[in-house]
Design a protein around this ligand. Structure first.
Ligand code: PEP
Ligand code: MG
Length: 588
C-alpha cells in the first residue's frame, strides 16, 4: 500500500510493552467490515445457554465501555468530552435497552442464534430511525451499528480475527487484541501494534515480545478512520504511537531504529558463549515458546532448551480440538529440532485471556480464579490424557519434561500421576513407543498458596517453574490484563519476592531444580536479584536471551547475593527498586 501523507503529526501515549521501533502503515483493526455472521436455528434445549451467551457479550461490552470512559476522562479538553458523550450513549444502548431486550426476545421466541438475532434487531432499528428522515436519529443509527459490531465481536471472541488483508509493514492499531489475535499475525507483514486496552503482563504483550514486535498498550486514543493508511511509528520502548510523523520525527526514529539494530547485532555475537557469572557460576538460559512455528529462534539465540511451551496456543483459532496424532506430530517436530536439548511442555493453560473455541465456555464468572489450567484438565481428563500421550510419544525421540500450570495442592499432582499411569498402560497396550524413563513432572508455582505450600509440593514434584506473571497477579490481586491497574502490578513488591525466595529455598531443600519463567526472567533488570535469591535457571522469550546473558557475564554472584539479602530486608517497593537499580548501574 502507498502511504497517505499530508496531515499534522499526532502523538498517543501509552505503555511500551515490547521494545523496539516499528515504522509502518496504520491498519485500524476494529474498523473492519460488517462481515457476514453465522445464522442458524437453535435446538430447544440450547436457547437458555444462547441467551446467557448474549448476556455475557453485553456484560463484556459494558466493561469495555466503562474502561474506555475512564480513559476518555484523561483526554484533554473537547476531544475527551466528545468521546465521553458518545460512550455514555453507547452504555445506555446496552442497559436493558430496546436493542438488548429485542435480541433476547428473538433468541427466545424465534430460536435464532445470538449473532443472527442481533443482526436482525439492528437492521430493524436502523431502518426505523432512517425512515424518520431526521439527522440526529440518523447519527444514532450509526451508533447502533457500532454497538452491534462490538457485540458481534464479543460473541465471536476466540475466533480468527480478520488479518487476511494486511499489507506489508502494517502497524495494527486496535481497541484490544487477544493473544489469539496476535497468534494470527504474519511476522512477514506486521511491523508492530498498539492497543487502547490491555496490561503489560497480558499474554498479548508476551506474544509481542516473543514475536519481537514493538508494541504499546494503554494507548491514550485512537486515530480516526481517515488516518488508516498513514505512516505511523510505534515506539515500544518509550510507549509512544506517532501518526503522521513530521519529517524530523521520522528521521529521528529511523536513526534510533538503526542504533537498536546495531546493538542487537552486537549482542547476537554472544550466542555461542556460555552464560557464566564473573565468579564462574553457569546459569541455564532457556526459551519460552508460544507458537511452535517460532522454534527457529530457540537455536538462533542460543537457548539451552525450551523451559516453557505454552501449549494453549495450539488450541487457539480453531473450531476443533487437536488430536493425539496432531499434538504428537507438533511436539515430535520440536523435540527433533531441539536436537538433544530438553523440551518442557506445559499442559493446557486455557482460561482468562487465553481462549480456545473448541472448549466451549468453561471459565465461570471470574475466569482468573475459575475453572482454568490444571483444574480444567482434571475436570475434563480426556484433554490431559491426550496431551500426556502426545508428550510421552514425542519423548521417545528426545528429552521432554511435563509442566503443570496453576497447581494449588498436592492432590492435583497425585491425580496427574495417576492419570499418567493409565496413559502409560494404554500406550504399552497399543505398542506405541514412548519416553522411558518417564519424563520428569514439574509444578508451576504461580499462586501464593502454592508458593507457601512449596515444601509439600516439592515432595511430589521433579522440578519447579516459578510463574512470576501470575504470582504477581494473584499476590497483589491485580488483573494482569487490565491497564487501569497496571501501575500497581510490580514483581518487586516484597510479598512477591518473599514468595519467590521461599519457593526457591523449598526447591533447594528438596534438591529439585527450580527455574523462573515469568517475564522478569527475560528482563536484565531482575537478573542479579533472581540469581542472588538462588535461581540458576531462567526461561524467557528467545530474543531476550542475549541481553540477559550479557548481564550474567558482567555479574559477580557473591555481590548479587549480598545485595539480594539487603533487598529482602526492605518493606518498601520504591526502596527495593532503588537498591536493585543502583546495583545494576554499578555493574554496567
Ligand atoms: C507465569 O504466570 O508467569 C507464566 C509463565 O505463565 P503464563 O504467563 O502463561 O500465565
Ligand atoms: Mg501463568
Amino acid at each position: 500500500m502507498t502511504p497517505v501523507t499530508g496531515q499534522a503529526e499526532r502523538i498517543f501515549d501509552g505503555l511500551g510493552v515490547s521494545p523496539g521501533i516499528a515504522i509502518g502503515i496504520v491498519h485500524l483493526h476494529d474498523q473492519h467490515d460488517d462481515a457476514p455472521v453465522p445464522h442458524y436455528r437453535l435446538a430447544k434445549d440450547t436457547v437458555a445457554a444462547e441467551r446467557s451467551r448474549f448476556a455475557a457479550a453485553v456484560a463484556t461490552a459494558e466493561q469495555q465501555i466503562s474502561k474506555l470512559q475512564a480513559k476518555a476522562k484523561d483526554l484533554p479538553g473537547a476531544s475527551g468530552e466528545e468521546l465521553g458523550y458518545m460512550l455514555e450513549a453507547y452504555r445506555q444502548m446496552l442497559d436493558n435497552s430496546r436493542l438488548t431486550r429485542g435480541v433476547d426476545k428473538r433468541i427466545a421466541d424465534e430460536r435464532l442464534n445470538a449473532e443472527a438475532a442481533l443482526q436482525r434487531e439492528i437492521t430493524e432499528i436502523v431502518a426505523h430511525f432512517e425512515s424518520m428522515g431526521d439527522a440526529y436519529l440518523s447519527a444514532r443509527a450509526d451508533d447502533i451499528k457500532d454497538i452491534g459490531r462490538r457485540l458481534t465481536r464479543n460473541l465471536d471472541r476466540g475466533n480468527a480475527g480478520p488479518f487476511g488483508q494486511l499489507s506489508k509493514n502494517a502497524v495494527v492499531l486496535a481497541e484490544e487484541l487477544s493473544p489469539a489475535d496476535t497468534a494470527l499475525f504474519d511476522p512477514a507483514l506486521v511491523a508492530g501494534f498498539a492497543t487502547i486496552l490491555g496490561g503489560p503482563a497480558s499474554h498479548t504483550a508476551i506474544m509481542a515480545r516473543s514475536l519481537g514486535l514493538p508494541a504499546v498498550v494503554g494507548m491514550s486514543g485512537m486515530p480516526s478512520s481517515s488516518q488508516a493508511g498513514r505512516v505511523v511509528i510505534v515506539d515500544g520502548s518509550g510507549g509512544k504511537v506517532i501518526v503522521n510523523p513530521s519529517a524530523d520525527t521520522l528521521a529521528d526514529y529511523r536513526k534510533r531504529r538503526a542504533d537498536l539494530l546495531r546493538q542487537r547485532r552486537k549482542l547476537h555475537l554472544l550466542r555461542k558463549v556460555p552464560a557464566v557469572t564473573k565468579d564462574g557460576v553457569e546459569i541455564t538460559l532457556e526459551a519460552n515458546l508460544e507458537l511452535p512455528s517460532e522454534v527457529g529462534g530457540v537455536s538462533n539465540y542460543g537457548a539451552a532448551g525450551i523451559g516453557l511451551l505454552r501449549t494453549e496456543f495450539i488450541f487457539m483459532n480453531r473450531a476443533n480440538l487437536p488430536s493425539e496424532e496432531e499434538q504428537t506430530a507438533i511436539l515430535s517436530e520440536l523435540v527433533t529440532k531441539l536436537d538433544g536439548r530438553p523440551l518442557t511442555v506445559r499442559t493446557l493453560d486455557a482460561g482468562a485471556d487465553k481462549t480456545a473455541p473448541a472448549l466451549g465456555r468453561f471459565d465461570g464468572p471470574n475466569p482468573s480464579l475459575g475453572l482454568r489450567a490444571i483444574r480444567l484438565s482434571l475436570k475434563r481428563p480426556e484433554l490431559l490424557e491426550t496431551q500426556l500421550a502426545a508428550i510421552l510419544r514425542a519423548g521417545a525421540l528426545g528429552p521432554v519434561r511435563i509442566l503443570l500450570p496453576m497447581v494449588t495442592n498436592v492432590g492435583e499432582l497425585l491425580t496427574v500421576r495417576h492419570i499418567l499411569d493409565g496413559v502409560v498402560h494404554r500406550l504399552k497396550r497399543r505398542k506405541v513407543p514412548f519416553a522411558l524413563p518417564l519424563p520428569p513432572i514439574g509444578t508451576m508455582i504461580e499462586v501464593p498458596g502454592a508458593a507457601l505450600a512449596a515444601d509439600g509440593l516439592a515432595q511430589h514434584s521433579d522440578f519447579f517453574a516459578i510463574g512470576t506473571n501470575d504470582l504477581t497477579q494473584y499476590t497483589l490481586a491485580i488483573d494482569r490484563t487490565d491497564e487501569q491497574v497496571a501501575h500497581l502490578y510490580d514483581s518487586l513488591h516484597p510479598a512477591v519476592l518473599r514468595l519467590v525466595q521461599f519457593t526457591t529455598e523449598a526447591a533447594l531443600r528438596a534438591r529439585i531444580p527450580v527455574s523462573v519463567c515469568g517475564e522478569i526472567a527475560g528482563d536484565p533488570r531482575y537478573t542479579a536479584l533472581l540469581l542472588g535469591l538462588g535461581i540458576r535457571e531462567l526461561s524467557m522469550a528467545s530474543s531476550r536471551i542475549p541481553l540477559v546473558k550479557a548481564r550474567i557475564r558482567e555479574l559477580d554472584l557473591m555481590a548479587a547475593t549480598r545485595r539480594a539479602r539487603v533487598i529482602m530486608d526492605q518493606s518498601d517497593t520504591g526502596r527495593i527498586a532503588q537498591l536493585l537499580d543502583d546495583f545494576n548501574e554499578k555493574m554496567g
